[in-house]
Design a protein around this ligand. Structure first.
Ligand code: UDP
Length: 331
């Protein structure tokens, strides 16, 4: 009988990591989920703990990683990924995108495994080219508040390419645009959970700036399919995966108010420093190379996501901060 393929997924208890665990379990892989639980939540993967082909390592990927036996694939998805999170834990954000990927690549080299890294539209910064194709080099402020995330992810791409060209490690780079769906943290600061949480608590929706900035939101199942296809492809250059359906944040607030059937008002707050004015993926490459494009419309995806948030307990809904960051912050 053929051996089950073995895959290490870092950031396994996070929003995307946990959906990836589900997908690879469904494909009959042996999945090792790794997470230090700074921003991840065990409840996202609790349902997998009883399976014989799932293991959980409570470990910080920025420290030396040991995986016994053979290993076929590594997905590096560990990282704080919302502006609020990486402002709270900037050093860990830099470490996971540098030391963390270095450990993953070293492990991949030792095991002959293929590595796929989660990169981001943030490598384009506040883009002056629109929509953003992979060839665009970006407009990033290295010393602004987003610098810790953007530059970590840019370094991550650079070291991944270096291991590919210098050591011949098989690598894949996905640039993920705004993605949403069940298991996002209600209070991670991102616009979608922020708006839905506010509507559910009967609060006004907070628009940062005048709301004319745009984003393009991809439903999580579409993204996971794109990741799966890229991993199994033979393409080692970066590929954008996202939904090109672009909307302004002001219009998005209106959509959420309609969706939740509330009569909340919007209020305006200052625009955060270096907040990108526009963002839309050019997915020509994903279409051509992966034969991939998003299938779930925003109205369908938002409905599923809203149902998920509605099912959370009142306690969870009202909790201001799930995470005890302080105990992890090493100064
Ligand atoms: N935003 C907002 N109100 C909020 C949270 C976010 O208007 O309560 C805006 C934010 O300034 C940005 C956009 O929504 O322009 C998307 O923010 P998010 O944090 O979700 O992710 P980003 O794409 O900026 O990384």
């Amino acid at each position: 009988m053929e051996r089950r393929k073995k895959i290490l997924i870092t950031g396994a208890a996070g929003f995307l990591g946990s959906h990836l665990c589900d997908r690879f379990i469904k494909e009959d892989y042996h999945v090792i989920g790794m997470d230090n639980l700074i921003t991840g939540q065990l409840k996202n993967i609790e349902h997998l703990f009883s399976l014989e082909n799932f293991e959980f390592y409570h470990h910080d990927v920025s420290k030396f990683i040991h995986v016994p036996g053979e290993l076929d694939y590594i997905l590096h998805f560990a990282s704080p990924a919302s502006p609020i999170d990486y402002l709270k834990i900037p050093i860990q954000t830099l470490k996971v995108g540098s030391l963390g990927i270095h450990n993953c690549l070293g492990l991949a080299k030792a095991k002959g495994a293929r590595v796929l890294i989660a990169s981001t539209s943030e490598v384009y910064g506040d883009p002056s080219v629109h929509p953003q194709p992979e060839e665009y080099w970006g407009n990033v402020n290295p010393v602004g508040p987003r610098g810790v995330y953007d530059e970590a992810k840019r370094f991550q791409e650079a070291i991944t390419m270096a291991y590919h060209t210098f050591h011949g490690v098989e690598t894949r780079i996905i640039r993920i645009f705004n993605t949403y769906g069940p298991r996002m943290r209600l209070n991670d600061g991102r616009v979608l959970p922020a708006f839905i949480g506010q509507a559910l608590r009967g609060e006004d929706l907070t628009i940062f700036g005048d709301g004319s900035q745009t984003r393009s939101f991809c439903y999580v199942d579409d993204l996971i399919e794109g990741i799966y296809r890229l991993l199994l492809s033979d393409y080692s250059q970066p590929v954008n995966v996202g939904n090109p359906d672009e909307i302004s944040i002001a219009d998005f607030a209106e959509e959420i108010i309609k969706l939740t059937g509330t009569d909340q008002k919007v209020i305006y707050k200052d625009l955060p420093t270096d907040d990108p004015k526009q963002r839309q993926p050019d997915i020509t490459k994903a279409r051509e190379i992966l034969n991939w494009e998003p299938k779930v419309s925003r109205s369908e995806g938002l409905k599923i996501t809203y149902d998920y948030f509605k099912s959370l307990s009142q306690d969870e809904l009202n909790r201001i901060d799930h995470n005890n960051f302080d105990k992890y912050i090493i100064r």
